[in-house]
Design a protein around this ligand. Structure first.
Ligand code: 13P
Length: 255
């Protein structure tokens, strides 16, 4: 099991960028990244995966996908299988993003199935969890996190669990410009690491990668990454420009 270098900075491009635009963005990131000691993952839309993969070839930058189905092949119109993602050059795949849960009916159960399918094909899942504003205001944040983890992740073998990256993304912070404060992120992420310790032990928990996502920008990255349990970021909007994505990665590395 090789451990990824922390901090891990992943850019979720969501449903943005044509193939040509994706190539340009990836090229600007490749050319602008001369540092070592962090892990960068670019997560373009399906149509641009192969092009981005070609563009980062020979560098240490990884490529991921935004979703995957749990079957290898078959009559599942519109879905993409783990085999297809591997072939296109992905090493990672985002599973259970809140936008998938909210608009496309994903549940902890489907997230669990996708995680197992990805692991079977050596794709490392980046699994997203997080609470809504109503849940936070009702004091249900930690119970929501507990149930999301218990339902789809803490049933994995220790070996499988070690391949997973977790992303805490409070839904109220996504795309709103209103990031969680460092203390809010740390409270939840320390709680997550504690759950991992209880289930798999301290060594697994220490190595576990727990990202924060939700309105991460160059201006807030340093204060967030300084928290003990923030191991990197899953960046949306600010990953669509090379300059801001690289600035976040440099801030993360500076801490
Ligand atoms: P923003 O950085 O645009 O808030 O998006 C976060 C996110 O959803 C990353 O997966």
């Amino acid at each position: 099991m090789d451990h990824l270098k922390k901090p891990v900075i992943a850019g979720n491009w969501k449903m943005n960028k044509t193939i040509a635009e994706a190539r340009e963005l990836a090229l600007n990131i490749v050319n602008g990244w001369t540092e070592t000691g962090a892990t960068l993952i670019l997560i373009p839309p399906f149509t641009a995966i192969q092009e981005v993969r070609r563009t980062v070839n020979g560098t240490e930058i990884y490529v991921g996908a935004q979703n995957v189905f749990w079957e290898d092949q078959g009559a599942f119109t519109g879905e993409i299988s783990p085999l297809q993602l591997k072939e296109a050059g992905c090493g990672f795949v985002v599973i259970g993003h809140s936008e998938r849960r909210q608009y496309f009916g994903e549940t902890d159960e489907t997230v669990g199935k996708k995680v197992l399918a990805a692991l079977n094909h050596n794709l490392r899942p980046i699994v997203c969890i997080g609470e809504t504003l109503e849940e936070r205001e009702a004091g249900q944040t930690l119970s929501k996190i507990t149930s999301q983890l218990e339902n789809s992740l803490l049933t994995l073998s220790e070996n499988d669990f070690q391949k997973i990256i977790l992303a805490y993304e409070p839904i109220w912070a996504i795309g709103t410009g209103k990031n969680a404060t460092p203390a809010q992120a740390e409270e939840v992420q320390a709680y997550i690491r504690n759950l991992i310790t209880r289930k798999y032990g301290k060594e697994v928990a220490d190595y576990a990668i727990i990202l924060y996502g939700g309105s991460v920008k160059p201006a807030n990255a340093f204060s967030l990454i300084k928290e003990k349990d923030v191991d990197g970021f899953l960046v949306g909007g600010a990953s669509l420009e090379a300059e801001s994505f690289l600035a976040i990665a440099r801030e993360a590395l500076r801490a």
